[in-house]
Design a protein around this ligand. Structure first.
Ligand code: NAD
Length: 261
């Protein structure tokens, strides 16, 4: 007789996780999800107020949330902070929507620093401990824009495509040491980052803001709704779970069918 199928809940007790961009949106949801599974979460963001609010919302009975106010352009500090983590969620990001010929070079540089170079330095800081114990999980919050381009998002698309390559390289190097590395690729998520770009997009495309969600953001999505941050956090949690231990070097796409075209 076959044994009845059992579902193992995610237990991260005794694990330390670091989540960047944890003061808002997807990062906040990830920090809360991993803490709910028992992890001790280092919540990293430059937004002290948002981190304080996150710490207040953390579950009292499971893991814990430890706020770390840090601007990730301080790459040395980022690398130091990642030492000793078992789970690393590279999530912090920013967006500017502007044609290339008008795109400020200094913003391009900052986007690449926060969204590509900081993840490299955080992975670099985290790997020695992960390798020493033979277990580690790197989850990079990429985007559909890690796989597809959109006009006016040169820095963001370049950073996310770079993050996909970094993630795959970490997967190849980490495999003999029990470390997996993957991307999670959402379509448009209901977060402040998206809300902030609606006005920008309206101007860039010359349409009223109320048409941006349907005509621009969800134009290529088969499912006509925004994804919730908690849905993305659930995908991140799954990649940290035992049944996902054979998944590495790939991208888990939550795009409502966008890339099915
Ligand atoms: N919202 C979406 O539709 C969407 C879709 C696909 C991918 N993503 C990705 O998800 C991630 C999170 O996005 P979100 O929508 O939750 O955004 P958000 O704006 O709600 O949160 C981003 C967080 O990153 C932090 N951050 C930015 N620059 C920083 C820096 N220099 N140092 C420290 N912290 C910094 C911000 O303070 C903020 O708390 C990003 O990488 C984004 O590209 C978002």
């Amino acid at each position: 007789m076959t044994a009845p199928h059992t579902v193992t809940p995610l237990h991260l007790g005794g694990r330390t996780a670091l989540v960047t961009g944890a003061a808002s949106g997807i990062g906040r949801a990830c920090a809360l999800r991993l803490a709910a599974a028992g992890a001790k979460v280092r919540a990293v963001d430059r937004d002290a107020t948002g981190l304080e609010a996150l710490a207040g919302a953390a579950p009292a009975t499971a893991g814990s949330v430890e706020p770390h106010v840090l601007d990730l352009t301080d790459l040395d500090a980022a690398e130091d902070l990642a030492a000793g983590t078992d789970i690393l969620v590279n999530n912090a990001g920013l967006q500017l929507v502007r044609p290339i010929e008008e795109f400020p070079p200094e913003v391009f540089h900052t986007v690449l620093t926060v969204m590509l170079e900081a993840p490299f330095r955080l992975i670099r800081g985290a790997l020695p401990h992960m390798y020493a114990q033979g277990w580690g999980r790197v989850v990079n919050v990429s985007s559909v824009h890690g796989l597809r381009a959109s006009a006016y998002k040169s820095a963001y698309v370049a950073a996310k495509h770079g993050l996909e390559g970094l993630s795959k390289t970490a997967a190849l190097e980490g495999a003999p040491h029990g470390v997996t590395s993957n991307c999670v690729n959402p379509g448009y998520v209901r977060t402040p980052l998206v809300e902030a770009q609606i006005a920008d997009q309206a101007e860039a495309h010359g349409i009223p803001p109320e048409r941006v969600v349907t005509d621009v953001l969800l134009k290529d999505s088969a499912l006509k709704r925004l994804v919730e941050p908690e849905e993305v956090a659930e995908a991140v949690a799954y990649l940290c779970s035992p049944p996902a231990s054979f998944i590495t070097g790939t991208s888990l796409v939550l795009d409502g069918g966008w890339t099915a075209h």
